[in-house]
Design a protein around this ligand. Structure first.
Ligand SMILES: [Zn+2]
Ligand SMILES: [Zn+2]
Length: 759
């Protein structure tokens, strides 16, 4: 075992302290395990299975879960790798061992996580008592009937439950009639739009169970969030959910580092890219033998970091080159499983990935976790950091990006490290989400409001009458049924954007299917001429076949990348709220947003110089969402702002407010869009729009409307604290600007915000 002196990150920290890349350092002390004996009323087969698998004692929270299970539903929120799975496995497997007819349902947000859990359950070797099976989009048609008949523990995802299982409950009749236990793991993932959908799916599940005469018991697990009970009750519609949060597992001592890449130009305030900095850090950690996981936000970034590390290792340490790999969704199941197996065996020393979710429970034991740029919430940052702690010690790093919010945090590091975890918000009654699920529910069984209010919500009659008026429902003898009984509404409802109609990516040189891209991102990432990175290799897109839903690509060896340019229009559909403040008329309501990707820019590497701009001919996409917008009073800007300055000013103010909105509402700046114009056809004057990037909206911009004064003050701080001369990515430039950051007037924006604050 390594000794303290050999900690592989010691030299890195010393270096960073010397050249000031290390902004702040913090420590988390180790935590001692609190153990409890295995309960003696566990079924003997399970007891033996546990002992054979090396489980001879429980952590305290696992024992608490065992005691809570017969009393009430619960949600457990102990830390990463604290053995949360045992909290629900012990009661669930015990039920299956005790009752030969009982069935259990486990829900995971990703296929990879379901596979990990299936592996873990199989390791207890419970033979004929527990017969787990994964039932998801990868399950072969010919195996499905056999699984329904034979398996008593189904692992699936909410999408499959929604689209494949609930609508076909008759074929699953035996399963539902004996469903005793439902496990919802990774519950924190179910927030925002996705969570609001899942809240409806779980209500439909409880309703179908009730029709079969059963009331399954729910067990949930979540990362640490501010409101776990509220979320668990919101997702299921259940009341009295117990909270288990006293962590009895041993915690690793962790060194935490907040890291800012060095300045490369003082005047422009440009810094070395966080990706390049991360690649160096991962390389150093790998060379010194540390098992490392590196989280990068974008898919492109993942591929880039993995390629940089591999290239650097190829020169100096060729033996290590193949022990680093990128990992992300979009790989074929076979590629995923291969990488997972190498990770678990330790054959891979470092993995670069987009998200903790795509990884499994078995890789909890790593030395270092490097998080590149702020992942959007403190809750997910802490979850990623929680991966660091092999052999009782770990190194957890946050590398700031040039993004405005990252640099804002670097100027206020204590404010950052002290930030509390966020609440996960859902709204299952969001009209755009709730109504389609009522159609799905009516397809499962006609809705009887008096009976179904318990599961579908207290306002179910109102919603049903609304759907009847729209011609979707017919009412007969107090129950609501679909007007067209042959309809299959679930097929039209996607729980998360894009997943059912992704675009395939095909390599023309080999004919091989490389992976897939979400439909929502296809036009910006695999348009004609785009450079697309996959498994550390570059491809250029020969053709995007919009109707065939596939992109044809070929290997690419050039030294440039591409950035899309798009045109956005907003149309105000409904005004919901309005007030005057700070010299502007501020509104909140529903808008429709139309986007067209019109061109792409080629940019040279490594200096990011633009090469040229190429036109594209792609269809427009449109969605309706929540937005705030405001119109400055005539006196606010007066004649001090000629047209060119006015455009740049409004645009820069829009960018800076989008950058700081995540300080008000739990979201990522990538969840928000904006548009600024000197004259909007509906308002007749200069207008700034900030809209929710999700169809229907999840309340982000409503928070912005309520806290608008804070939004103005934070944006002003962001702009005036930045020492650049004419605007940079740390203040007014945006990495997702569809106008390629043109025009932008930093001084004008600072002046406009100051005048608003003065009012
Ligand atoms: Zn700046
Ligand atoms: Zn912009």
């Amino acid at each position: 075992m390594a000794t303290a002196a050999a900690e592989p990150w010691r030299a890195l920290l010393d270096e960073g302290r010397e050249d000031e890349r290390l902004v702040r350092q913090a420590f988390e002390g180790a935590r001692r395990a609190v153990l409890a004996p295995l309960p003696d009323d566990v079924h003997p087969t399970l007891l033996k299975g546990l002992r054979d698998a090396g489980v001879s004692e429980l952590y305290r929270h696992q024992a608490v879960a065992w005691e809570t299970f017969p009393e009430s539903p619960f949600v457990v929120t102990t830390g990463t790798a604290s053995g949360k799975s045992m909290c629900f496995n012990l009661p669930a497997l015990d039920v299956l061992c005790t009752d030969a007819k009982a069935r259990a349902l486990y829900l995971y947000p990703t296929k990879a996580l379901a596979q990990d859990q299936a592996r873990a359950i199989a390791s207890f070797r419970l033979g004929r008592h527990v017969r787990p099976a994964i039932y998801d989009g990868d399950t072969k048609r010919e195996e499905r009937t056999a699984i329904r008949k034979r398996s008593n523990l189904i692992l699936t995802n909410p999408d499959m439950l929604h689209m494949g299982i609930l609508p076909n409950h008759a074929a699953w009749g035996d399963f539902f009639a004996n469903l005793a236990v439902v496990v919802v793991d990774e519950a924190h993932v179910y927030r925002g739009v996705f969570g609001s959908h899942v809240g409806n799916v779980l209500r439909r599940l409880r309703r179908v169970c009730a029709a079969y005469g059963v009331e399954p018991r729910f067990m949930m697990a979540s990362a640490t969030i501010a409101n776990p009970v509220e979320l668990a009750e919101g997702l299921t519609g259940l009341e009295g959910v117990a909270h288990i949060d006293e962590d009895g597992s041993p915690g690793a001592a962790r060194e935490i580092a907040m890291w800012n890449p060095p300045l490369t130009d003082e005047a422009l305030q440009t810094r070395r890219s966080a990706l390049g900095e991360a690649a160096d850090m991962v390389r150093d950690l790998v060379v010194s033998g540390a098992r490392t996981i590196c989280f990068v936000k974008s898919r492109k970034g993942v591929e880039l970091v993995a390629k940089l590390v591999a290239d650097q290792l190829a020169d100096a340490h060729p033996a290590l080159r193949d022990r680093v790999a990128p990992y992300r969704a979009g790989y074929t199941p076979q590629q995923r499983r291969e990488l997972e197996a190498r990770l678990v065996s330790g054959d891979l020393l470092a993995v670069v990935t987009t998200d903790a979710l795509e990884l499994g429970i078995d890789i909890g034991a790593l030395d270092a976790a490097v998080v590149v740029t702020f992942p959007g919430t403190v809750a997910s940052l802490k979850q990623m950091w929680g991966r660091a702690g092999r052999r009782g010690r770990g190194f957890a790093v946050y590398i700031a990006g040039e993004d405005a919010l990252d640099q804002f945090f670097c100027r206020h590091p204590d404010e950052f490290l002290g930030r509390p975890v966020e609440a996960a918000i859902i709204n299952y009654e969001n009209e755009q989400i709730h109504d389609p699920h009522l159609l799905c529910a009516a397809h499962e069984f006609p809705i009887v409001p008096e009976r179904d209010a318990e599961t579908l919500g207290p306002r179910v009659r109102l919603h049903c009458e609304h759907l009847e008026a729209q011609g979707h429902f017919v009412q007969r003898g107090g129950s609501f049924a679909l007007r067209k009984p042959e309809d299959y509404p679930a097929a039209r409802v996607s729980l998360r954007s894009g997943s059912p109609d992704a675009f395939g990516v095909v390599d023309l040189s080999s004919g091989e299917l490389l992976g897939s891209v979400d439909a929502a991102r296809a036009f910006t990432t695999v348009h004609d001429g785009a450079i697309y990175l996959h498994m550390g290799r570059s491809y250029s897109v020969r053709e995007l076949d919009v109707h065939g839903r596939r992109a044809l690509v070929e290997p690419f060896g050039g030294n440039y990348y591409t950035q899309p340019k798009k045109e956005t229009d907003t149309y105000i559909e409904r005004l919901l709220d309005r007030r005057s403040t700070m010299g502007v008329t501020l509104s909140f309501g529903m808008v429709s947003v139309s986007e067209t990707v019109v061109a792409y820019q080629r940019k040279r590497l490594p200096d990011h110089e633009p090469i040229d701009l190429n036109g594209l001919d792609l269809p427009e996409t449109t969605f309706t969402t929540q937005a705030l917008w405001y119109e400055p009073d005539a006196s606010l800007l007066a004649e001090d702002f000629p047209l060119e300055l006015l455009l740049g000013t409004l645009h820069a103010v829009e960018h800076s407010q989008i950058a700081v909105l995540p300080l008000l509402a739990m979201c990522d700046r990538w969840d928000i869009g904006g548009l600024s114009t000197n004259i909007h056809p509906q308002t007749g004057g200069p207008t700034i729009f900030i809209y929710d990037g999700h169809p229907g909206g999840v309340g982000i911009t409503q928070q912005g409307f309520i806290g608008f004064e804070r939004l103005v003050a934070d944006a002003y701080r962001l702009i005036t604290e930045c020492r650049c001369e004419r605007g940079c990515p740390s203040c007014v430039q945006s990495p997702k600007c569809g106008n390629l950051n043109d025009p932008l007037a930093k001084d004008g924006a600072g002046e406009m915000l100051r005048r608003m604050l003065d009012r």
